[in-house]
Design a protein around this ligand. Structure first.
Ligand SMILES: N[C@@H](CCC(=O)N[C@@H](CS)C(=O)NCC(=O)O)C(=O)O
Length: 258
């Protein structure tokens, strides 16, 4: 299960582990901590957002994929050693364990010097990013994730199709959320928290992209959301496309079956 990160990022990890003579030459403290252990599954929406963020912010990390589909997170070992809530994403930063993607992003942004655009230092700009990150729990996250589970995951796991009533109820909640993004969040600005792309956009985009596994065309009738999603993608590529590769492949297979 434990794999190392790509050669490019491995080099970054190595750079922060530099010690002794080389460290003195580079004016780095002699003893630096190891890269943060990062546990994730690319089919998990907040995991994808975290992967993209870690790469954009150039935060060195140890790459630890967890196959949710195989129930790897349900083992006692995972519960005791990785995350007591048995979810991904989560981290272990030299013994400091943390779950909940929003808490993780704030912790890492506090600890590392990251490009200001993704999680701004300015109090007001940061508060606007946080406003979305707090709002999304009861809106984008819950509505899109439940609809995805109803339409794709549950039928796959149980072989049972949802009832018409269930589909209507859950879809209506998705529609209300996405309409709020179109008409309120994106009413005056190109991104959710203003004129610059931030982690708020990454978290929202990864959640909404999950709907590509369902029959619902979330772009239809939402020109602002459509343009915004493309801007988020281009602002964070190639990492955005890399993180969504598996999802896109599964979406192609799913639509071929319909
Ligand atoms: N609010 C959490 C959500 C974490 C979460 O629900 N993760 C899902 C995958 S998207 C998970 O690990 N599910 C495993 C399970 O429920 O068994 C976050 O933002 O990190």
């Amino acid at each position: 299960m434990v794999t190392r990160h790509s050669p490019k990022e491995t080099l970054l990890s190595w750079e922060v582990n530099i010690t002794g003579k080389a460290a003195r030459k580079a004016k780095l403290p002699g003893k630096m901590s190891k890269p943060v252990k990062f546990y994730y599954d690319l089919l998990s929406q907040p995991s994808r957002a975290m992967v993209i963020f870690l790469k954009l912010a150039r935060i060195p990390y140890e790459d630890l994929p967890v196959a949710l589909r195989n129930g790897e997170h349900l083992s006692e070992d995972f519960k005791n050693q990785v995350n007591r809530f048995q979810r991904v994403p989560c981290i272990n930063d030299n013994g400091f364990k943390l779950s909940e993607s929003v808490a993780i992003v704030r912790y890492l942004a506090n600890k590392h010097k990251i490009p200001d655009t993704w999680y701004p230092q300015d109090a007001k700009k940061q508060a606007l990013v946080d406003e979305y990150l707090e709002w999304q729990h009861n809106n984008t996250r819950i509505t899109c994730a439940l609809y995805f589970q109803l339409m794709w995951l549950k039928p796959l796991l149980t072989g049972k199709k949802p009832t018409e009533k269930e589909v209507d109820t859950h879809l209506q909640r998705v529609v209300t959320t996405l309409d709020a993004i179109e008409n309120i969040w994106l009413e005056k600005t190109p991104f959710l928290a203003g004129n610059e792309v931030t982690v708020a956009d990454l978290w929202a985009a990864c959640e909404i992209e999950q709907l590509t596994l369902t029959p619902y065309d979330f772009r239809k009738g939402r020109p602002r959301l459509t343009a915004w999603l493309e801007k988020v993608r281009s602002s964070s590529n190639p990492h955005y496309d890399e993180a969504h590769k598996i999802l896109k492949k599964l979406a192609e297979k799913t639509s071929a079956k319909l």
